[in-house]
Ligand binder design. Structure first.
Ligand code: MF3
Ligand code: CO
Length: 269
């Protein structure tokens, strides 16, 4: 399928979906506590998406059984909520999406719960900053692989982290996963041009060790082979018709983080 270019009217609906995802993740961030079951967080997300007039795009996706993915420590992405209890010092990654009027949002964050190892905090900070640098690099007129290049360059400048190779970002719109696939590494200057109306989910996934992963017998949970801890951050963003970016899943549209690179966000959404 070709890359889907969205009109301003369509982007306005996508913003509603993205905002609901951002608000749901904010609520989960405020709710997560040591001693909590992971499926209690799933229930909070499901109720909030319903309250906001949306539906889950994760539930039923290739048979996925829940509203969020929750991945702890050496689990990097696609962990299934259940009876696992969150423990002191855990690195918890939560991924969530929603649909409003047929348009999708998708975002994720990692957080340390309780007393956090400083090396884990650095892992998460590096992952988050690399996501913002990827979004900043994906400006109008840039080429798609400029994004992954910026992500990889930043991560490599911060230490020895594994960047997952088998998973990456993606176009997003009337489906959660659309073309193009967005690698989190590679040479700049290749691939399609970043143009107005292109919406992308940018989602670096890194570990404190090797980038090698395997999928557990539940057929979903992606873990590091060397048991090193992982982090995952994701936002969905778009280039608006005025040529400026807008981060659909960030409460402030990405203003504060992008302004720190001298980038102003669109005021069309
Ligand atoms: N939201 C994930 C992504 O970032 C995909 C989740 S898979 C699902 O692309 F099955 F949980 F939906
Ligand atoms: Co995604």
């Amino acid at each position: 399928m070709a890359i889907q270019i969205k009109s301003l009217e369509e982007l306005k609906i996508m913003r509603r979906a993205g905002l609901l995802v951002g608000q749901t993740l904010d609520l989960l961030k405020a709710s997560i506590k040591v001693g909590m079951r992971t499926d209690a967080l799933d229930a909070i997300a499901a109720a909030n998406i319903k309250r906001g007039g949306g539906t889950s795009n994760f539930k039923g996706y290739h048979g996925y059984p829940a509203t969020i993915c929750i991945s702890i420590n050496d689990e990097i992405v696609h962990g299934i909520p259940g009876n696992r209890i969150i423990e002191d010092g855990d690195v918890v990654s939560i991924d969530c999406g929603a649909i409003i009027e047929g348009w999708h949002g998708d975002a994720a964050f990692s957080i340390g719960v309780g007393k956090v190892d400083p090396a884990d905090q650095k892992l998460m900070d590096v992952c988050e900053e690399s996501m913002w640098r990827g979004i900043a690099a994906g400006k109008q007129g840039a080429k798609l692989t400029d994004i992954g290049h910026a992500i990889e360059e930043y991560i490599k400048s911060q230490g020895k982290y594994g960047i997952l190779q088998e998973y990456g970002g993606h176009g997003i719109g009337t489906e959660m996963h659309q073309e193009p696939h967005v690698l989190n590494f590679g040479k700049p200057g290749n691939g399609p041009e970043i143009v107005a109306g292109l919406a992308l989910a940018i989602e670096p996934m890194i570990t404190r060790g090797s980038a090698k992963t395997k999928v557990l017998s539940d057929d979903w949970t992606v873990v590091s082979q060397d048991k090193s801890r992982g982090a995952h951050f994701e936002n969905s963003y778009v280039i608006c018709p005025d040529g400026k970016p807008f981060v659909l899943t960030a409460l402030d549209g990405g203003a504060s983080r992008l302004n720190s690179y001298g980038i102003s966000i669109s005021n069309l959404l």
